[in-house]
Write a protein that binds this ligand. Structure first.
Ligand code: FCX
Length: 435
């Protein structure tokens, strides 16, 4: 058993009695109530999911296992000369709640490297897609095609005990996490650089460096990759991608089904696809300006024109957050250090000066501040990943780490099949006293 798996098992055994006690002794305690607008409005804010992997405070932003993003980036081990930590170390933290030592991370890196071969049939599935297909559709199908590898399914058919579900799920999840960056890079090269052919991974490199290598990018793209995957990993359990992954897995569908579904949820423009929308919107602005930096008045007009035509400002607003997203701030810091003169970065910074006030004046969005997607495309664009359809694939790879860590714990704690109750409009009307 690997060090990580051993540590995880110890944590699972320690944790199980807490969940059991809560259900047995406090199962009837009320922790929230539901209003009509919540039932009709996407269940905003209803406390009905439990996860210890991350928590999203509306004013502070995300914490992974109690650590803020700047703390995660500072505390997790890094390779020599790297600015950003190993993604493998993040997996250790999400699963166990502990900051790993360099030795413990090395062990995860070796384990990942042993699992990362992508079968030829997956590449065939990717190759079979027409080149105008969206990369998210290809990623979803590629992950789905791997389903035949599920150890959970094989063991389930043989009569696996419920107490062992977490083990087979851990194996499936770790196999998929080791492979999904390779699948992403393969899709990128097939769609946008078919002339270069497929680059096999370098077994001496960690996940971040290897992804940069397969994408054909020089330093500091390895750090961009690590930063990108780490900040996108988790955002507690109620967002569409995390919730979809959890929901699908709750029926004991294996992690391949759950991850593919999670990817499909992330592909919507109100969620992960917003990063592509931001770039499309910024390009529209740049084209309108003929490349020059717009004045404040010109910027304001562009923002108002977007709102007045009934569209949202991509990269702004959030269902939970009520201040600037720390994932935006982490990327901004990176931009200030590495690309302060970048054209698009200047656009994004200039927009930050005008959009919040306009959204306040517009009077609809509860949160006028930027979210993660307002910055992420700019970083990728700067390093030559200008095919913005691809950005949500990068988001998906990062998000897989959080979703799969959650699913392993769901299985470990025996979380139930999800089955909320729906009512009809007529019933709702009766409940509130409308005849
Ligand atoms: N521009 C214009 N209008 C906005 C807005 C924005 N950026 N954000 C919210 N609004 C509007 C909503 O459309 C809604 O209008 P309606 O009453 O006519 O339906 C109203 O303000 C209230 O919405 P609010 O409660 O503030 O926000 P929601 O929880 O409903 O939605 C999202 C949250 C993120 C979907 C919303 O802010 C939005 O559409 N933002 C732009 C897209 C985006 O950036 N998505 C990425 C979010 C995130 F970071 C991620 O998942 O990746």
């Amino acid at each position: 058993m690997s060090t990580l798996k051993e540590k995880l098992y110890k944590k699972i055994k320690e944790h199980r009695p807490r969940t059991t006690k809560l259900i047995k002794e406090y199962g009837d305690k009320v922790i929230d109530q539901v209003t009509v607008s919540q039932a009709l409005g996407g269940m905003r804010g209803i406390k009905s999911l439990v996860t210890d992997i991350s928590y999203l405070d509306p004013l502070e932003g995300i914490r992974y296992r109690g650590y803020t993003l700047p703390e995660v980036l500072e505390k997790l081990p890094k390779s020599k000369g790297a600015e950003m930590p190993y993604v493998e170390g993040l997996y250790y933290l999400l699963l166990t709640g502990e900051i790993p030592t360099q030795e413990e991370v090395d062990d995860v890196i070796i384990d990942f490297n042993n699992r990362r071969t992508v079968p030829q049939y997956v590449k065939n599935v990717i190759d079979a897609f027409p080149s105008e297909s969206h990369p998210m559709a290809i990623l979803s199908a590629a992950v789905m095609s791997l389903e035949r590898e599920s150890l959970f399914n094989i063991k389930y058919k043989k009569g696996m005990s419920k107490m062992d579900y977490w083990d087979a799920t851990y194996e499936d999840a770790t196999n998929l996490l080791a492979k999904i960056p390779l699948i992403g890079a393969y899709i990128y090269n097939k769609l946008y650089h078919p002339e270069k052919g497929h680059r096999f991974c370098d077994p001496t490199l960690d996940l971040g460096a290897n992804f940069a290598y397969m994408m054909g990018k020089d330093k500091p793209y390895d750090d961009v990759t690590r930063m990108y995957f780490i900040i996108h990993a988790d955002h507690e359990s109620g967002n569409v991608s995390a919730h979809t992954g959890h929901l699908v897995a709750s029926s004991l569908s294996d992690v391949y089904y759950a991850t593919s579904a999670m990817i499909n949820g992330l592909a919507g423009p109100l969620h992960g696809l917003a990063n592509q929308e931001v770039l499309r919107w910024l390009q529209g602005l740049r084209n309108k300006m003929g490349g020059k930096l717009p004045s404040k008045e010109e910027l304001k007009k562009y923002v108002w024109d977007t709102l007045n035509s009934g569209q949202v400002i991509p990269g702004y607003g959030h269902a939970v957050l009520r201040k600037t997203d720390p994932r935006y701030s982490v990327q901004r810091e990176f931009c200030l250090k590495h690309l302060p003169e970048d054209d698009l970065f200047k656009y994004v910074d200039a927009l930050y000066e005008v959009v919040p006030d306009i959204l306040r004046e517009h009077g609809k969005a509860k949160n006028p501040w930027p979210n993660v997607d307002a910055q992420s495309g700019v970083v990728q664009w700067h390093y030559g990943v200008t095919q913005y359809d691809f950005y949500t694939v990068l988001f998906s790879i990062g998000r897989s780490f959080g979703v799969l860590s959650n699913i392993i714990w769901d299985r470990a704690l025996g979380y139930s099949l999800e089955r909320p109750k729906s009512v009809t409009t007529e019933m709702l009307e009766k409940m509130v006293g409308i005849d």
